[in-house]
Design a protein around this ligand. Structure first.
Ligand code: ZN
Length: 416
């Protein structure tokens, strides 16, 4: 490795063990930027919302990085923070199925399992953009279940997943068991049978699908007038919208590991905002705007971010060849530890050569967060926020509980 990997010490805290520790995947905007984004979004809100959000700004600020903590504690969380768009080919974001279930159907293998048999039902051969609308059952499956003679429509499978499987997701495997063995309205005979979906889609990231799901949950929270849920979901959504604005959250080369630029993820999204957000960037972004379609809004953000991937990588690559190598990385003391970070002069040159890219993404993100909060509130019928039911109000002990997550550990892919 040409350089030591960047370490974002604020995130790693006491787990920091040394300079050679690889940076975990998806540090996101780091503590600093996620918190700033949630806080600044408050100022875009309309009159009927702003008081409530201002009153609770501290919650939104403190909890802005909860989704990152959950990545290590909750299965299925890590994949919500990104999409490796280029894994699926050029212009994948143009063709990504609208429905998550359809994306899974088009890329995964389905198995039938009972005490005696494991049969492949069908395998869609990882082809997200296959034009076929119909799939054919495997020979072995058809020979055992003779009622399954013809093919089945992809949209019917997607609907079946939607009705039966989405709440049983266990990371990358979806197991449908017991009472749900009626597969596409036909009995699979054994009461001990299961359907296993070997999901080949989700591990490459589901951000375009998970972000709208959180939006709909926020709409429900507003309808319920549930303060804890409104705050929690607003904060989480702010985080995911932040991630969607980071170009390196949309590519397989998420940390420059494929182009010998290890550490560029934190360089772009943590180091640059930390150094320049308050001294160089302009945060006046105007008022939140209503979003009529959260799905296409999400995709538009991700497409824009993905279009910036080349410049994020190529500009730094060029600079690293021109700038004296010994002046690219400096040592700083943070929280009593010495860490290696891009030097300020090098970072400043990178920020300048990026031509306000980080600032523009930062600004666009602030407006997007405010607009999403406002639109969810609007879709819920603009409930009054000044006197939410006492029973639903946020209590301190819940904040402490959420921090326990930090001490649990789930294996998530950090490097590939
Ligand atoms: Zn994240």
């Amino acid at each position: 490795m040409k350089r030591l990997t960047l370490i974002f010490i604020l995130f790693l805290g006491k787990e920091l063990v040394g300079l050679s520790k690889p940076v975990p995947r998806y540090e996101d905007w780091g503590f600093y930027a996620h918190r700033m984004l949630n806080k600044l979004a408050i100022f875009t809100l309309p009159e009927k919302m702003i008081e409530f959000y201002k009153k609770n700004w501290n919650y939104l600020y403190e909890h802005a990085v909860d989704p990152d903590k959950r990545r290590y504690a909750i299965k299925g969380e890590a994949i919500r923070h990104y999409i490796d768009a280029d894994h699926w080919g050029n212009n994948a974001l143009e063709y990504l199925p609208v429905k998550y279930e359809e994306a899974i159907t088009k890329t995964s293998a389905f198995y039938y399992i009972n005490e005696l048999d494991t049969l492949l039902i069908f395998d869609t051969l990882n082809d997200l953009f296959e034009k076929n609308t119909e799939l054919t059952y495997s020979e072995s499956f058809r020979s055992k279940f003779t009622t399954y003679t013809s093919g089945i429509l992809i949209k019917d499978i997607a609907n079946w997943i939607h009705d039966n499987a989405l709440f049983e997701q266990d990371d990358q495997n979806w197991i449908i068991q017991g009472r749900k063995i009626l597969f596409f309205n036909k009995d699979l005979k054994s009461s001990n049978a299961s359907i296993l979906i070997d999901d080949r889609f989700s591990k490459h990231g589901i951000l375009p699908y998970s972000l709208p799901q959180f939006y709909y949950r926020l709409v429900e929270a507003f309808k319920e007038r549930n303060e804890v849920k409104i705050l929690k979901l607003s904060s989480d959504l702010g985080h995911y919208i932040g991630d969607a604005h980071v170009p390196l959250h949309t590519t397989m080369n998420y940390n420059g590991q494929l182009t010998n630029q290890d550490g560029i993820h934190a360089f772009w999204e943590s180091r640059l905002p930390e150094l320049f957000a308050e001294t160089k960037y302009n945060f006046v972004v105007g008022s939140a705007e209503y979003i009529p379609d959260i799905q296409s809004f999400t995709r538009k953000i991700i497409k824009k971010s993905h279009s910036l991937v080349d410049s994020v990588l190529l500009i730094e690559k060029r600079l690293s060849k021109q700038f004296p190598e010994s002046e690219q990385y400096c040592f700083e003391t943070r929280l009593g530890q010495i860490v290696k970070l891009p030097c300020k002069a090098y970072a400043e040159l990178y920020d300048t050569k990026l031509d306000n890219q980080v600032e523009e993404q930062f600004r666009s993100c602030i407006l997007a967060i405010g607009s999403v909060w406002m639109s969810a509130w609007n879709d819920a019928g603009q409930p009054m926020l000044n006197e939410l039911p006492k029973s639903s109000q946020y209590k301190e002990f819940e904040a402490k509980d959420s921090f326990k997550l930090k001490n649990t550990s789930i294996e998530i892919r950090s490097h590939e």
